[in-house]
Design a protein around this ligand. Structure first.
Ligand SMILES: Nc1nc(O)c(N)c(N[C@@H]2O[C@H](COP(=O)(O)O)[C@@H](O)[C@H]2O)n1
Length: 146
């Protein structure tokens, strides 16, 4: 039966779609260390400083986001950050329960709409690249193609 939603964009990573947020629980391995969310792993990936990584690993995702602002950035970060994000999302959506949820979104556009001005990873006031949403959709495409 048509549920009226199959082609509607998912455009907020809140409430029933909070699991799409990088801040939602998703234990993943990054370079041999366990991180409890994509956000923690992503912020740690910005740096090769082991002490900074450890501090980012052992806190919540909001704190990790803050701590990631102050790490010594690896020199190639601008060039590799989208690929790093996509690798972490591959790991997140390899978790069976999350993979099932992602598959259930079918072909719905996924848009990281936000109010905090992030026009790289999302859309703010209808402006932006939505790199996070695009990366999640590429992960979904790969899963669906298997
Ligand atoms: N909660 C939150 N506040 C902001 O101000 C943000 N820009 C975001 N975006 C998320 O932050 C991650 C990327 O971090 P960098 O800006 O590259 O350091 C990514 O998870 C975005 O979705 N979130």
């Amino acid at each position: 039966m048509y549920d009226g939603q199959h082609d509607l964009p998912i455009d907020e990573f809140t409430a029933e779609f909070y699991w799409l947020s990088n801040f939602s629980p998703a234990p993943i391995d990054y370079e041999g260390e366990l991180y409890m969310t994509v956000e923690n792993a992503f912020q740690a990936a910005k740096t090769s400083d082991h002490r900074a990584r450890a501090l980012i690993r052992d806190c919540g995702p909001d704190e990790a986001k803050m701590r990631g602002l102050h790490v010594p950035l690896r020199p190639d970060w601008e060039q590799c950050r989208v690929a790093v994000m996509e690798d972490l999302l591959d790991a997140k959506f390899a978790i069976p329960a999350l993979r099932r949820r992602l598959i259930a979104t079918g072909d719905r556009p996924i848009i990281n709409r936000n109010v905090f001005g992030d026009t790289f990873w999302g859309l703010c006031r209808d402006q932006g690249r939505n790199e996070l949403g695009e990366a999640i959709m590429r992960v979904r495409n790969r899963i669906q193609a298997r």
